[in-house]
Design a protein around this ligand. Sequence first.
Ligand SMILES: [Zn+2]
Length: 231
Amino acid sequence: MRTRHVERHRTERIGWLRAAVLGADDGIVSTASLVVGVAASHATRGNILVAGVAGLVAGAMSMAAGEYVSVHSQADTEAADFEREREELRTDYKSEVKELTKIYTDRGIEPSLALQVAEQLMAHDALGAHARDELGISETLSARPIQAALASAGSFAVGALLPLLVTAFAPSAGLIPLVSATSLVSLAALGGVAAHAGGAGVGAGALRVTFWGALAMLSTAGVGALFGRVI
Ligand SMILES: [Zn+2]
């Protein structure tokens, strides 16, 4: 019993950790690429920082908006399922008892015991029992759009801060290599942490995100250098 309880909490923690790491990855990649691209066009440090801060705010807001909308639609679906379940319990309680009994029997409980359990749980909290065991919705797992939006925006902003801090303090001549190097090292570390948390290979996880980060920075550096020459 103790192991299963700990395991479930660990799974929830991993979920949050991975979302935070992915948000931070996004923040690092998009802001570092922006900074490297603008710097490659020979902009002043002031302009690079303005572009970087605008990128941080825009990215954090779009992450929050995207997360809020997607989690909110999940919350809407859950609320609709709840309403339908409440109606079914009101109009056809007997069938709902049969349904829950079947769920427990399918899970291996002896039929007469399954019926007893279903009846007692429904007598105690019929909607809660059906939500948890039929719909798979529990209090801890229910959709929380605001928390999800804030967590997503926050992790993006934290990730974006790194290349911005390097931009603010790096010597002008070394700005592009320093922003690129510190961002790639952080991406590798975050990629490794996320892979480890998910039980996957640390090396592969680190390599994957570093490769895409490098590709993004190379692309924006190319675009920036091109525009810097033309404009
Ligand atoms: Zn039901």
